[in-house]
Design a protein around this ligand. Structure first.
Ligand SMILES: [Zn+2]
Length: 681
């Protein structure tokens, strides 16, 4: 279950959780490379192309990926390190039983046992299918659903623990909309030709999965229509993606007794008891309209249709742990059709990713010992501190903000928790049993372990030591509920962070990443949380109005960015937070970089570029990327992160510092006239 306000730097790998790829020979990551640039391009026309055109011309997307960028070899390098760790752990059959090493070795071994998985086919699902078939009426649904949720099948809705948005030191229960297997509710509701053809392909895929479970063609086709009908009804009562950026629209705290007023036809008491949640007195029903709609469906949808729907979600969720017929059918739709990926990733790579997903901190603990030098952590801490100083000095210069709001903003900045590399306290997996003999059993036990770990938090104080990403992850995040910024070890390497590179490059790349995460604390949604992580309004009315005017400027700019290849514009409302993060992050990184130059001899030009130019090149090159049209389409429709070319050209076109560094003039595409320039922080 996602945090309400987890805001990663880079799109999180979506639907194809287990889908992945061959990249052949490992290439060591390096920092900025002039060979990636386009020598005939003009910086002031299209800086993204200027910085990355050489790389774009020379590289193709590998068959097993839907997108490939300058930073992809870094991710592959981390995967290769994990692969080596897991191969070693798999060979070591004498690791102490119950130790983390035994668990990661056993999990990976069970996943790699393809012959056994192939022989079993769909057999591992038989007990679950039998339980679904036993349903006699809709009143059996709560107990069955609780069981399916326990083993990790996210049918119908979500349930778990969450920080209280307005009392951030306590954890309460939460229930959320869910139950869709297409990436967004709009995929069910939109009427354009592309949406319709995607739905047709989806229905065919659902039917194919039923066929693999042994149903005949006619029955499978009818079952697929049943699934479409139920999911479309759920989509109709689901909150849209833009609204779901807004935490205040998802805060409806009530007592468990009041759940009846929302969903009278669902026996919550049975569900809560069966799922094993501790007794609780408060629950956030994040999406009440969804549960009201669901309530009506509980009386209108026949029990046989619910069985069909649940069987679909069971096989859908388990597909990648079953035999190749299921894996390939799943890939055909989610990999090929939805993302334009041509080839399934090799098994070893899918198994490395699965181990990271299920035993991430057990694996991560070994990873950081091997791959994360202490000096990287120390240098990173210095950089973060420099950025914090820069933002603290910037806030008083903002003429649109009143003194009380300014003081509250500085107090929030001063309270940022900073996490670098890996957790101080590792997750305790001691109650989780992992054996070499059955991959699916390992997955079921891991899901149940994670479910119980999550539910056990209800009613307890918030654990501020937790991490929401594993250490090898090439990403970073801001969590407004914790008022924290988090940088896993995986991203603290070239081309983001290069211990051997000049400061200009590091400030432009990892410096702007740090600034980006800090700025999330003050983006259009982050600004609604205070220094303790509470959703509360600390803005004067006039300051809030000034802020919104500035945010609207960014929104309009991004809504104007169009990708002709897929016939879509970016949705400025969806990407607003990330775009404010980039714009603010670059400015803060720039200020920190300027400060780092003070009192020292001016650094020499390198590769023919001034330090100022290298700052902007450092930023631009982390976004150099090629994507399939399908992947771009997915990102534009569902991801709050804009495409890399807009993350490069969007913010830089608002920065006079950029224009000056490259001697761009008013009238150039990369220079906005002063009255069209956006600036928030
Ligand atoms: Zn972000």
């Amino acid at each position: 279950m996602r945090y309400f306000n987890l805001r990663p730097l880079i799109p999180l790998v979506a639907a194809v959780a287990f889908g992945f790829a061959a990249f052949g020979q490992q290439t060591a990551s390096r920092g900025f490379d002039p060979a990636n640039m386009c020598t005939t391009c003009i910086a002031c026309d299209d800086f993204y192309q200027y910085a990355n055109g050489g790389w774009i011309a020379k590289n193709e997307i590998p068959a097993a990926f839907s997108s490939w960028g300058i930073t992809s070899p870094l991710r592959e390098k981390n995967i290769a390190t994990l692969h080596q760790i897991l191969e070693d752990a798999a060979k070591n059959t004498s690791a102490a039983k119950g130790s983390n090493e035994q668990k990661i070795g056993a999990f990976y071994t069970s996943c790699m046992d393809e012959p056994k998985i192939e022989t079993l086919g769909a057999a591992p699902l038989a007990p679950e299918i039998a339980a679904i078939n036993k349903m006699k009426s809709t009143s059996d649904l709560p107990a069955l659903l609780a069981h399916l949720h326990q083993i990790g099948v996210p049918a119908l809705f979500g349930f778990g623990a969450v920080q209280d948005l307005k009392k951030s030191d306590s954890v309460i229960a939460v229930t959320r909309q869910g139950g869709l297997a297409l990436p967004d509710r709009d995929f069910y509701l939109k009427d354009d030709a592309k949406s319709k053809s995607t739905r047709d392909a989806y229905a065919q895929h659902v039917a194919n999965m039923f066929k693999l479970l042994g149903d005949d063609a006619d029955k499978s086709a009818a079952e697929a229509q049943t699934v479409m009908k139920i999911e479309t009804q759920l989509a109709q009562v689901s909150l849209d993606r833009v609204s779901r950026r807004d935490a205040s629209k998802q805060y409806h705290k009530m007592s468990p007794a009041d759940l009846k007023n929302v969903t009278a036809n669902f026996d919550w008491a049975t569900y809560i008891k069966k799922i094993g949640a501790p007794k609780f007195s408060e629950i956030n029903v994040a999406h009440p309209d969804f549960f009201k709609g669901l309530d009506q469906m509980l009386t209108s949808v026949p029990v046989e249709d619910w069985k069909t729907y649940l069987r679909w979600h069971l096989v859908h969720d388990a597909a990648d742990a079953l035999s190749s017929a299921f894996v390939n059918e799943n890939f055909n739709f989610y990999g090929k059709t939805l993302n334009g990926t041509k080839e399934l990733q090799p098994r070893w790579r899918r198994c490395v990713v699965a181990t990271d997903q299920n035993l991430g901190e057990a694996l991560g603990e070994v990873y950081v010992k091997k791959a994360f030098p202490p000096e990287a952590k120390a240098r990173m801490r210095d950089l973060v501190n420099n950025l914090i100083v820069a933002l603290r000095e910037d806030i008083p210069t903002l003429d649109w903000m009143s003194e009380p709001t300014r003081q509250a903003a500085i107090a929030k900045l001063n309270a940022f928790a900073i996490k670098i590399g890996y957790p101080d306290k590792w997750r305790d997996y001691s109650s989780l049993k992992i054996e070499r003999d059955s991959f699916i059993d390992n997955l079921l036990r891991s899901s149940a372990f994670e479910r119980q770990r999550n539910l056990a938090k209800i009613g307890r104080p918030v654990d501020r030591t937790e991490w929401a990403m594993t250490p090898p992850t090439v990403n970073a995040y801001n969590n407004s509920l914790m008022n924290e910024i988090v940088f896993p070890a995986g991203i603290l390497q070239p081309p983001y962070f290069d211990l051997s590179a000049d400061d200009a490059l590091n400030y432009g790349a990892i410096g702007a990443v740090i600034g980006h995460e800090m700025s999330h604390g003050f983006d259009d949604q982050g600004r609604k949380f205070d220094l303790h992580g509470n959703l509360t309004d600390w803005w004067t009315e006039a300051d809030a109005k000034n802020y919104t005017d500035r945010a609207n400027c960014v929104e309009q700019q991004f809504s104007s960015f169009r990708v002709e290849e897929v016939g879509l514009n970016q949705n400025g409302k969806l990407v607003l937070g990330e775009s404010i993060g980039d714009l603010g992050g670059l400015k803060i990184a720039w200020l920190a970089f300027q400060k780092s130059l003070q009192g020292k001899p001016r650094p020499a030009d390198i590769d023919g570029f001034t330090p100022e130019q290298r700052f902007f090149l450092g930023w631009a090159q982390v976004w150099g990327r090629k994507q399939t049209p399908e992947s771009m389409r997915q990102q534009i429709l569902t991801d709050p992160h804009p495409l890399g070319r807009f993350r490069t050209n969007g913010p830089l076109s608002n920065m006079p510092q950029f224009a000056e560094a490259f001697n761009c003039k008013l009238g150039d595409a990369m220079v906005r006239p002063p009255d069209h320039r956006c600036q928030v922080w």
